[in-house]
Ligand binder design. Sequence first.
Ligand code: PEP
Length: 260
Amino acid sequence: MRRKMVAGNWKMNMNFQEAEELLDELVDRLDKELEGHDVDVVVCPPAPYLEMAYDLGTSEEDENQVYFSVGAQNVNEHDKGAYTGEISASMLASMNVEYCIVGHSERRKYYAESNQQVARKVEILLQNEIVPIVCCGESLEERESGNHFKVIEKQLAESLFQLKPLDFARLVIAYEPVWAIGTGKTATPAEAQEVHAFIRNLIQEKYGKEMARQTTLLYGGSCNAATAPELFACPDIDGGLIGGASLKADDFIRIINAFE
Ligand code: PEP
């Protein structure tokens, strides 16, 4: 179902104590300032802190009071077995992880993650009732050569469009132009909206109008408290996947507050 959403991707940052402090501050601020807000908030810390994030993000007095959901930054595409250092979807599910980022451009670049691997990760996450947040987006070179629409279409066709409608309906897509990630260069609202509308149209062609209308599409790439309001006001942008600005509670809270 289409939702307003802000997800924080901490990447490989924070030691244990710093992570605990940030999570505590987030809980405190969300408790005081955002009671009853209508935004799904997801925190994706490094894997060793997932359990702490779940524990701190759930009220001790009332376990139905959840300040944010917990997401992982990666998952292995295999079920289980001899894959030293890897983490399976069933392990994540057993730790109350509700979301998992897949196909982030840093994983595509540094770990050669292919669209086919993304497809397998998405499937195993869905089998384990974890919502994949699937990233797509073009490099600067691809944008400058006018190939960005083609690149995104191929990423989605090869990693997601094999899914049955009932499965597709459960995921979230994040458009993250690679040239905007960690560079301080946010896409303009017009650039982001254009691609989001294009993605919604691809979904409509493959799965029909209602699916396109109901899919949650996030923007990611140097989104911050200053740029979020205009981006989130775009008709096809449902929120953000936030890297650097999710590492400071104040910035993250202001982004959550950026919806009209
Ligand atoms: C990201 O890594 O998903 C991201 C959007 O990073 P940043 O906000 O730092 O550009």
